[in-house]
Write a protein that binds this ligand. Sequence first.
Ligand code: ADP
Length: 750
Amino acid sequence: MFEEASLVEELQSALTLEDSLYKTRSALCSLLGIGDARIALLNGEKAVLKGSEESTIPLSGSFVQKVVDSKEYLLDNSLGKLAEFYELRDFYSEGFKSLLAIPLASNEKVFGVLILLGKTENSFDASLLKKARSAASIVSLFMANAVLHDWLRKKERLAQLVFEESESAVLIFDENGFVTEANSNARRLFGSIVGKNVKNFFQANDFVARVLKKELISTQLPSNGGFKTFQLDASSSSDRKTVAIRFFEPTEKDLKASVYEQVSEKSPDVVFQLSGDGKIIFANDSAVELLGFGKKELETAHISKIVFPTDLNLLNERLFDLNGGTTASHSTDLRLFSKDGKAKLFEVAMRGIINDAGRLSKIIFVARDAGLRSSVQKQVLDSVVAYASDAVYSFDTRGVIHSWSSGAEKIFGHSKDGVVGSSVRLLFPQEKEGELDDIIHELNGKRKVTSLETVRKRKNGELFNALVSIAAVTDEKGNIVDYVEVVKDITAEKKMEEVNRIQRKLEERNRQLMELNEMKSVFISNVSHELRTPLTNIHGYSSLLLEGEVGTLNAQQSEFLQVVVNETNRLTKLINDVLDLSKIDSGRLKLSLKDFDLRDLVEKCSCKSLAEKKGLYVNWNIAPEVPSIIGDPNRIAQVLINLVSNGIKFTESGGVAVNISMKSTKFVRIEVADTGIGIPPADQKNLFKRFYQVMRKDGQKQEGTGLGLAITREIIKLHGGKIGVESNPGAGSKFTFIIRVMPKKPRNRK
Ligand code: ADP
């Protein structure tokens, strides 16, 4: 039986992404009894295939992409070396004969593909398929978590380098080599460097890259009129877009001491510097103020003089530790006397300062009123908060915001002054109101860090997609004193994702449509050709009969045959039109160019018999300066016949006048005007669309296909011209088109 519980257990114990991948692979192999399990994690345009030798697969056209698109699983129970996708061929060449691939998704977003491989054909039967799919849903769950955590961990590492070691000068560069942030030591060293490009400072375009690769581990920088050597190290964010570089000064230790002094002097806490054996050698103003002793009085005393007798053991233990080489500050509750003889409980942290010889040179002793919140802790927190580029802020257990980074100002739009002291609920959209309580509930339990993708609210009310991680900050006793929340604005990423998705969909649809269109064109031209041949025969034989070539016909026979001939003509025109259109669509309508005179077309294009039947005239007026032109005479005739016959068709009295003149030296203008029923303005702009016909007054369908003018316009376009119409209902219509006297010379392409 397949034991899901054991898979869950296995995965729960995974510490890192690599670990999860490793455990997933081995757990699945043994639980499902298959040959191997691989995981492809999507990473932008690529997928990283983990499990064997790590390799990167470009996604477009890959099997992994196909699985992602399928949303379901894909099963291939007999892999072969001719498989459609190269990944499948690779698996086959590794000795696998069957494959099952299942998308891994979290919140309906696919982030990877699980690939299960079998050593024999038909490894995956219905029951194994079922087990595998249920295992995949468990893997999805854990893997999504592991991927997110991996990302957060990398991010944290960067933050540590930048902030915790801020005694060094640290510069942060963006991907183009511009400095985006500099800490206080970096500002002291470089002046105003933020916003400047690295090459202006270090005379090297590849400075950042070289430091990252550890090719460059030290540099000389101007200092006090001379030069000083600095050591360098660098780390980059997981997307490699942000790089932090740290400059160590050789005098780092001296600097450290002076920083301590400055901090001590300003601190609201009692701060002493003690000699290694516990003599007070420095006391800050707060010590004088809080304890009531004079500065001189303190600075000559031994620390034990002001510690409550029963706490002396604790004090001595700490001093002993520090003398033994422990440098980490250690927090202890001690009661200290004030001048008036009263004892008060303080939370005391001590830290040893080691000299160059590695010996304890002095001790920093910080005591804060135990009733007050840890201000040192807060200071550290505040400085972390101030430098982060994501929004970083902290709030206490009541939800009151205490610190607010410049990144938070940018992302949320609230200024620090405006928001510190307010409730953190301000940042939650209404529909996410319950989320804060859920988070706090979760952090009050065992887990001290959590992360989620959610929505947050800016000052202007706008909501944005946010990747949020929240950590509980605890005091030494493990009580939660603060929550720190890091918010990354992922709106842009989300939008890009959406845009990419839509684009991919559209591209796919486009491709399908083009295929369909191509099929349609081929179909139409095949069918039309098939129809044309019998029609030619029907037309030929009925015309022969009608002309009495095979015997005389009676009046009724003639009449019926005439209907057959007319209908055949109509069908032939329809088929020719459809064929022309399909040629136009597929770009196969080619002109056969000749030098010819438009006057030669008059006879052919006058549609004499049609006009005579209705008693209409067809007049031609061709200006003498109209030269012979270069074009396709048959196609121009087709255009003229269409326009003239339309004119006749829609005219009851009067006739059609064709006027040909020069528009310019390069263009001939041809007008075909009739005295017919005219065209309503609303219909005029649609006339040249395919199948468009003006509705007849009686509501009857117009005779014809509505294709003539569409084809006419295409032919004119091919002659470098255009066509338009002017008309008033009841007052006739005038179609005007221009064509080039000579085709445009193709541009010289180099
Ligand atoms: P068909 O190929 O069926 O003749 P066309 O594309 O040539 O169709 O014409 C489309 C429609 O435009 C006709 O059905 C008719 O309603 C209108 N039309 C075209 N020419 C004229 C005209 N000279 N006078 C009035 N209506 C016209």
